[in-house]
Design a protein around this ligand. Sequence first.
Ligand SMILES: [Cu+2]
Length: 163
Amino acid sequence: MLLRIFLFGSAIVGVLVAALVWAVITGQYEAAQPSPSPSVVASGESAASSSPEASTAESASAEASPSAAASAGASGEVAMVNILNSEFGPDLTVEVGTTVTWMNADGYAHTATQGSDGVEAPDALFDLQLAAGASDSYTFTEAGTYQVTCTLHPNMNMTITVQ
Ligand SMILES: [Cu+2]
């Protein structure tokens, strides 16, 4: 009996995770859609943006697009960090007020935590728990240099410069 309950629960969790992953993927795809010219080149970019690495560049270059600005709220810009193969990817330089979203494209958990070498800073402003396929955001409201690490993988580090 307990085993049956456990199996049933596992199935429900599996469906929920699949739905979440799908929602994230679809959301990203739509966000990347408003391309100025639907030419052959643009459709090529859209196809490429379905790959996790390309979506980082797409989001970074899409800061002038209306939908990207709208999702950030009041005058804030947005930036995306795509976590893949236990790497944050390139360091970022953003404007004050930018909302940075970390998207975990790996099949296992990460964190995006203010700190370095897997250690959370004593006064950390953010400690985002990112399950497989999950994303979460932090809005940088003050200029400065922010070290970001994953408390589960100490070799995962990046720097965000806010100016
Ligand atoms: Cu990690």
